[in-house]
Design a protein around this ligand. Structure first.
Ligand code: C2E
Ligand code: MG
Ligand code: MG
Length: 485
């Protein structure tokens, strides 16, 4: 048998083989590239290109997962919709690239505010979504909402221009406010719009929103009638300060805590109470309650504090009002010069010379009289000169427009003029709605006397306000005897 000859190396075959391997390697590599590309495309399609944050599609995926998980582990899921207030104006002022710059800064601030595990998404146009996948307590979402609002305290920058921005936040919680992703998002959105309606820079929870909207007016009226008897009305006290930081007193603000509706804001129930004249007994109760409370606090500190109480138009027009104020002072033992009655411009403007006599008489016994929301009505300071008033309360809208850029939109010239004129008439000026350090500094610079606003202190229940008083050194109080008479 012939021994097999060693085979000539099949060079051609070998080359063919290499080519095949090479081709399949290339194909394989291409497939890998395509997969990578696909992955990147999916990621991109789920990401906001400006901020790099997840977009709405990715948010909904995660919300669906969180809902599934929550059913297994029995916890709640929070959804927040945050929308920048008046963001269009920023774009108008600095163009879209400036607006984009600001949006990136907002995204960054929000990102460092939410916790790891929460999802922050960007929908574009100044709107963000937050998912809180594991809420342990009912108020958890509200707490996060408040932290997010606080992230807007310091100004943002576009180029070398600074902007004060604020946001409106709507909150809803699974399962009580909705069972699926789209319901939750739409409910949080309607709560956000409610926050906008109320002037922005605030948060609203869906539960209250829904209840408030769905509750028939008549039912609300009936509830309000019962509220006084059931002890559902409560006074809150918002501290007021001298610009040097010392406490001067507090404004008493009504709150209605309904067992099912939750907290009903005064802006909703006071107009209703005015229509059905319930404001008369409610207003009288508020005045007496606040006077008693302040008399109690004055006994705790040696320095008298000032109590500001709001008066509605109907109360003022009611023949019994003056006697009601005097009764509240006598019963509580509060000195008349510790009480400041807040009336709006329209209330006093509507009255004839005769009808403001009660104001003169109350002023004669030492009671202070303030014009609330000054600037929103039509009265001139010249007209006010003829009224026995002691204080001008600059409306919040002027304070929030103080640091807006541009001479035609900034309220600075008006605020400066009002303060100068008020001082020449020997009136005290207090600014309400002070929310940022910048506003405070500017008001101090413009010569404003006193300040009130979230920056310095929110309205507090009596107990919390008392704790605040107890925590303060007496040097931190301003003796109201030092205010102009
Ligand atoms: P107001 O008298 O002008 O009270 C100031 C309002 O501004 C309060 O709202 C207060 O919580 C809010 N506020 C205070 N600081 C800030 C801030 O820095 N930023 C913002 N965005 N808001 C701030 P609230 O308590 O909801 O009261 C609304 C209005 O309801 C009051 O406006 C007043 O007109 C009326 N009101 C409240 N309590 C009474 C009351 O006892 N009697 C009467 N007749 N009206 C009342
Ligand atoms: Mg007021
Ligand atoms: Mg006001």
């Amino acid at each position: 048998m012939a021994t097999p000859q060693p085979r000539e190396p099949d060079l051609k075959g070998f080359l063919r083989e290499i080519h095949r391997v090479e081709t399949s390697l290339r194909l394989w590599k291409a497939e890998e590239d395509i997969e990578n590309l696909e992955r990147r495309l999916v990621a991109l399609s789920q990401q906001d290109s400006l901020t790099g944050l997840p977009n709405q599609a990715r948010f909904i995926d995660r919300l669906n997962q969180a809902i599934l998980q929550s059913q297994r582990h029995d916890h709640r899921v929070g959804v927040l919709v945050l929308d920048l207030d008046r963001f269009k104006r920023v774009n108008e002022l600095v163009g879209h690239s400036g607006g984009d710059e600001v949006l990136q800064q907002v995204a960054h601030r929000l990102e460092v505010t939410v916790r790891q595990g929460d999802t922050l998404a960007c929908m574009g146009g100044g709107r963000f979504l937050v998912l809180l996948p594991e809420l342990k307590e009912d108020l958890g979402a509200t707490k996060v909402g408040k932290k997010l609002l606080e992230a807007f305290r310091s100004p943002f920058k576009a180029g070398d221009r600074g902007f004060q921005l604020s946001a409106s936040i709507g909150i809803c919680v699974h399962p009580q406010d909705g069972l699926d992703a789209s319901t939750l998002l739409s409910h949080a959105e309607s709560a956000m719009y409610r926050a906008k309606e109320r002037g922005g820079n605030r948060l609203e929870c869906f539960t209250t929103t829904l209840n408030q909207l769905s509750l028939e007016r008549q039912e609300l009226e009936q509830c309000l009638r019962e509220a006084m008897q059931n002890g559902e009305l409560q006074m809150y006290y918002q501290p007021q300060f001298h610009v040097d930081g010392r406490l001067t007193g507090a404004e008493a603000l009504l709150r209605w805590n309904h067992p099912l509706l939750g907290s009903v804001p005064p802006t909703r129930f006071i107009p209703l109470a005015e229509e059905n004249r319930l404001i008369l007994p409610i207003g009288e109760w508020a005045l007496r309650e606040a006077c008693n409370q302040m008399a109690h606090w004055q006994a705790l500190t040696t320095i008298p504090l000032l109590l500001a109480v709001n008066v509605s138009a109907l109360q003022f027009a009611n023949g019994d009002w003056e006697a009601c104020v005097v009764r509240a002072l006598m019963e509580s033992g509060l000195r008349p010069n510790s009480l400041e009655l807040e009336l709006t411009e329209s209330i006093v403007m509507r009255q004839g010379r005769e009808d403001i006599r009660p104001l003169h008489r109350l002023r004669e016994i030492g009671t202070r009289i303030a014009i609330d929301d000054f600037g929103t009505g039509y009265s001139s300071l010249g007209y006010l000169q003829r009224l026995p008033i002691t204080t001008i309360k600059l409306d919040q809208s002027f304070i929030s427009a103080l640091q807006v850029e541009g001479p035609e939109v900034s309220s600075e010239p008006i605020v400066r003029a009002v303060i100068q004129l008020a001082h020449s008439l020997k009136l005290t000026v207090i600014a309400e709605g002070v929310e940022t350090e910048g506003q405070r500094d500017m008001l101090e610079h413009l010569g404003c006397d006193n300040l009130q606003g979230f920056l310095l202190g929110r309205p507090l229940p009596a107990q919390a306000f008392e704790a605040l008083l107890e925590s303060m050194d007496e040097k931190a109080f301003l003796d109201i005897a030092r205010l102009p008479p």
